[in-house]
Ligand binder design. Structure first.
Ligand code: HEM
Length: 224
């Protein structure tokens, strides 16, 4: 019963919260879509945390997405053991990069009084959830071999079953406990998305690609 709620109902609750919460925030206060950067308060440890965290996690999430979207391609790639090892070692390297990065960001938030004063309780909750997600991911990569292989036989059918509104929870409940927590924590992150700084993901200045040119005109008297 609990499993049914956690894997069959909670993902939809999380998604609904993300959608409704995101729209609510957009229409109520769209200028709050921001990372609320604390770079001006402290830059050094921000750099050493933020850069590895973002490079690690963004590439890994693209990897999660590729595995979901083209599982047959990933399975074919992994059919040669050497390629499987290279993929797994690369993923592990990126996972460790992200883990160290987010740990530095949490440490910075805990010890720097200026950053602490400018932050909110939700900022701390978010960073703790992200740290847990990265740690559970790295745990899975190390102890539940080979993730990029069974992701295709377990995670993909589970995620697809959610998409077609027919949750096949056995694909998730048959995973080891800490890996199950990796999946559940992912949905928790989806749920807190619009209520936290994670919303800044949507503020990437992608519209720069198609917005009209800005004409910058000097406004000063000519000398003659
Ligand atoms: C918020 C969403 C998520 C984040 C931020 C995230 C993050 C991570 C990280 C940091 C790793 C470590 C990578 C490594 O060291 O190899 C990882 C591994 C993994 N994740 Fe996720 N994850 C997310 C969602 C999910 C979901 C929903 C699933 C499955 C349903 C999943 C399945 C896996 C698997 C199977 C691995 C092990 C990959 C391997 O062995 O290389 N993740 N994840």
């Amino acid at each position: 019963m609990l499993d049914l709620f956690l894997y069959g109902v909670f993902p939809y609750v999380a998604l609904a919260l993300a959608l409704v919460g995101g729209l609510w925030r957009y229409f109520r206060d769209r200028f709050s879509f921001s990372a609320f950067s604390s770079q001006l308060l402290e830059n050094r440890s921000l750099f050493w945390g933020s850069v590895p965290w973002h490079y690690g996690i963004v590439i890994l999430l693209v990897g999660h997405l590729i595995g979901w979207l083209i599982p047959a391609g990933v399975a074919a790639f992994n059919a040669v053991p050497l390629r499987l090892y290279i993929l797994e070692i690369t993923a592990l390297g990126l996972g460790l990069l992200a883990l160290v990065g987010i740990a530095i960001l949490l440490y910075r938030r805990a010890v720097n009084p200026r950053v602490r004063a400018a932050g909110t309780a939700m900022d701390v909750v978010l960073v703790v959830l992200l740290l847990a997600q990265a740690a559970l991911g790295v745990y899975t990569a190390v102890f539940v071999r080979w993730g990029s292989w069974w992701y295709i036989s377990n995670a993909v059918p589970y995620l697809n079953s959610l998409l077609v509104l027919n949750p096949q929870i056995q694909y998730a409940t048959s995973l080891p406990l800490l890996t199950q927590l990796h999946v559940l924590n992912a949905f928790l992150l989806v749920a807190v998305f619009p209520f936290s700084r994670l919303i800044h993901v949507f503020t990437y200045p992608i519209t720069y690609l198609w917005r009209p040119y800005i004409n910058v005109i000097w406004y000063r008297r000519s000398r003659n």
